[in-house]
Ligand binder design. Structure first.
Ligand SMILES: Nc1nc2c(ncn2[C@@H]2O[C@H](COP(=O)(O)OP(=O)(O)OP(=O)(O)O)[C@@H](O)[C@H]2O)c(=O)[nH]1
Ligand SMILES: [Mg+2]
Length: 238
């Protein structure tokens, strides 16, 4: 991977029923980066058509498999097409494409396997802030270190982490939480860049029931991933 200019980076946008925001988001992303892939996942609206009209790369299937599965499909595509890294961002307008340059700069400086965009939780609307703060405390306790934003989908991953994440069995939102645990288990340092907190007219696709009751399960799984890896390393040293 030579110097910074030779690094091949793909912008990866999972999209599910995002006709209201996708065109504007893609116009902004295009100002930052030339290589773009949208993964449409059985959207019932014009999402796929908007991506096609924008002239970006598109993976599209007729049924919904979840955000995590779409990200894996995107990593597969990126690996096959020889990208060194992907920057993944949401297509609902909550991630300002202008931050892409901050991810690139952080990557060139640190070569971190995982860089996460961290929001300032104080700026998140009250109801969400409460649940996100509880999640932050639970998850940080589970993985044994402070993780400022485990929910952020604005991230940059290198090839090694993309390959590793293809083995994840998570196909929904928990995929991104598990990614953090995997990096900690592998001893890969996570880097952070500050990103603005944006809430507009977008409609969340997350299932609130799954968010509340599924999260403790994800935390336990994260803890297990880290402990299992530790045991494996110890037994190798015997
Ligand atoms: N491909 C694909 N994308 C999805 C799916 N569910 C959500 N997304 C996309 O993933 C991004 C984040 O989804 P949101 O529902 O906004 O989740 P969030 O931003 O974490 O949650 P909020 O803060 O409530 O908006 C958006 O770009 C969605 O279009 C899915 O099943 N498949
Ligand atoms: Mg959103």
């Amino acid at each position: 991977m030579g110097n910074g200019d030779n690094v091949k980076i793909l912008a990866l946008l999972p999209a599910y029923n995002e006709e209201a925001h996708l065109e504007k988001v893609l116009n902004e992303v295009k100002k930052q980066i030339t290589d773009i892939l949208v993964v449409d996942d059985g959207s019932k609206d014009r999402t796929a058509q908007i991506a096609r009209d924008a002239g970006v790369n598109l993976l599209s299937r007729g049924y919904n498999c979840g955000k995590g599965q779409s990200l894996k499909d995107g990593y597969n595509w990126a690996l096959e097409h020889g990208y060194d890294a992907v920057i993944m961002l949401d297509s609902d307008g909550q991630h300002d494409p202008a931050c892409i340059k901050d991810f690139k700069a952080k990557y060139l400086e640190t070569r971190a396997r995982l860089i996460i965009g961290a929001r300032n939780y104080a700026e998140i609307p009250l109801v969400r802030r409460i649940s996100n703060n509880i999640g932050k405390v639970l998850f940080s306790a589970a993985v044994g270190q402070s993780i400022p934003d485990n929910q952020s989908g604005y991230r940059m991953l290198d090839r090694v982490l993309m390959e590793r994440m293809l083995h994840s069995e998570e196909s929904g939102y928990h995929f991104e939480v598990e990614m953090i645990a995997i990096c900690i288990a592998e001893g890969w340092k996570i880097e952070w860049v500050p990103i603005p907190t944006i809430y507009g007219d977008e409609v969340s696709k997350q299932n609130p029931f799954d968010q509340i009751f599924g999260f403790p399960k994800v935390c336990l799984k994260a803890r297990r991933i880290i402990q299992d890896k530790r045991k494996e390393k110890c037994s190798r040293q015997m």
